[in-house]
Write a protein that binds this ligand. Structure first.
Ligand code: ADP
Ligand code: ARG
Length: 464
């Protein structure tokens, strides 16, 4: 092995043969010859070694040019995104897609979507060439999700608020059926929160209810819904909501997190804990709810994670109050305080007849969904019984992880199904009364099982 001395010698020879020693010597000689020795000797040597190196001023100038160029690239990328996402189909292209989609729904015998039921030949012919005045939204903008997903329950989203009126021939009967009665003549009552303390806790001993949540969907006036939204509009909504959230009552204060600033693992964690929306809803995606994603998408969480606001998810705003246990009065009071506080700064989109307007016709009127996660093992094992009880009490049953999730545990998500044609208070009460009834049913089923005689061949119970 070479000794240290040998290594040094080899390196010296290398420097000499490569001209490095000459080069460094020249720079040192130049420094020696300078009458006014420079303050920064290293910089002097650097400049001698690299005669064509730019001066500090030139470097600063180049850096600022680079900054400008980077900004311009971002602007151009944004412009391209806008142009791409705003390419409109010609009338004949739209017509072709509508006709193909209509045929596809007709052929699919397993399709039970309300879209299929109410998009009759006559309705299609009546609506196919109409556009909203405000945003030029078409029928296809509103039904693209349902045409792509034959397994939709509803299949329709309003592309802008006016779509509820222009496409009423489709929207009205569908709204009436989904919400269990809201005929053409019906009118949504004025907002009425009622008295939260009048809501009875359905499980005071805490034996069945795991958690309680009440949310309301809200849209900002003078903005369209996803299919016609622009990148700047997502950002404007987010900025306006951020400002409104700065004025929340003290116990609700917290932090707004832009989705692009949250890393994947944090997002998954928040989603698993039920605080963040699902990120892969194919129905919403097909309705273009992912336009310009993640522009303006955000989630606000207070310190206790009991007051949450989703920004630009399915709706402009989802205002949420939730906590463990079944204290519905407390959860509802918090929701009212939060929604009222935000409403002081933002005018929500509201229609005389339909109440609060939002993207999906299932979320208009009150826009309220009150829910409880309830442990119901017996009913869960007897789905037809659970479903029929749910229908009787106008409830919707979802899986523990939200809409479209499987209910593989004993815990089911029980909520009010109708959100229009009743007051806010009535919507919450409908859920509470329903949960009470389901708990009673669960108790009865448990008692039946306990009192059933032991199966043949089983050990007789020990005598007391
Ligand atoms: P929504 O339409 O009201 O936003 P989703 O069914 O999409 O409701 O659910 C959104 C998230 O909220 C999911 O993670 C779901 O598990 C959670 N969630 C809904 N209700 C409750 C509840 N009562 N307790 C805890 N989490 C809930
Ligand atoms: N478009 C979906 C369907 O028709 C969802 C409808 C209701 N849910 C909602 N998140 N808007 O099945």
């Amino acid at each position: 092995m070479a000794s240290l001395e040998q290594k040094r010698e080899a390196f010296r020879k290398y420097l000499e043969s490569a001209g490095a020693i000459d080069c460094l010597s020249k720079a040192l000689i130049r420094l020696y010859q300078e009458e006014q020795k420079p303050e920064d000797a290293c910089k002097f040597i650097r400049q001698v070694l690299c005669e064509s190196c730019p001066t500090d001023e030139q470097v600063a100038e180049s850096m600022s040019e680079l900054d400008e160029a980077r900004k311009r690239i971002l602007e151009l990328e944004r412009e391209i995104r806008g142009l791409r996402l705003n390419v409109r189909r010609t009338a004949s292209e739209e017509n072709l897609l509508l006709e193909d989609g209509f045929e596809k729904l007709a052929r699919d015998e397993s399709c039970t979507a309300l879209l299929k039921k109410y998009l009759t030949r006559e309705v299609l012919d009546e609506l196919k060439s109409l556009k909203t005045q405000s945003y030029k939204s078409t029928l296809l903008d509103c039904i693209q999700s349902g045409l792509q997903n034959c397994d939709s329950n509803v299949g329709v989203y309003a592309a802008d608020p006016e779509a509820y009126l222009v496409f009423a021939a489709l929207m009205d009967p569908l709204i009436e059926e989904y919400h269990g009665g809201f005929g053409k003549e019906a009118k949504q009552p004025e907002l009425s929160w009622g008295e939260p303390e009048e809501l009875e806790n359905p499980d005071p001993e805490g034996l069945y209810v795991v958690s309680t949540r009440v949310r309301c969907a809200r849209s900002l006036e003078n903005f369209p819904f996803h299919p016609r939204m622009q990148e700047q509009q997502y950002e404007d909504i987010c900025a306006r909501v951020k400002a409104a959230l700065e004025d929340l009552p003290e116990d609700l204060t917290g932090e707004l997190h832009l989705l692009e600033a949250l890393d994947e693992s944090r997002k998954c964690e928040l989603e698993a804990d039920h605080f963040l929306f699902q990120q892969d809803d194919r129905f919403a995606k097909a309705a273009q709810a992912d336009r310009f994603y993640p522009a303006g998408r955000a989630v606000f969480l207070n310190g206790a994670k009991s007051f949450i606001v989703w920004v630009n998810e399915e709706d402009h705003l989802r205002i949420i109050s939730m906590q463990k246990g079944s204290d519905i009065a407390q959860v509802y009071k918090r929701l009212i305080a939060g929604a009222e506080s935000i409403g002081k700064h933002i005018t929500f989109q509201r229609d005389e007849r339909l109440g609060f307007l939002n993207f999906c016709p299932t979320n208009i009127g009150t826009g309220m969904r009150a829910s409880m996660h309830v442990r119901l093992p017996k009913l869960q094992a007897d789905r037809p019984r659970l479903e029929s009880a749910a229908a009787e009490y106008r409830l919707q049953i979802r899986g523990e992880n939200g809409e479209n999730s499987d209910s593989c545990s004993d815990v089911v998500n029980v909520s009010n199904k109708r959100r229009i044609g009743l007051t806010e208070f009535e919507a919450v009460k409908e859920m509470v009364d329903g949960v009470k009834a389901l708990i009673e049913l669960e108790k009865q089923l448990s008692e039946v099982v306990e009192s059933e005689p032991a199966a043949e061949g089983a050990e007789p119970p020990a005598e007391e």
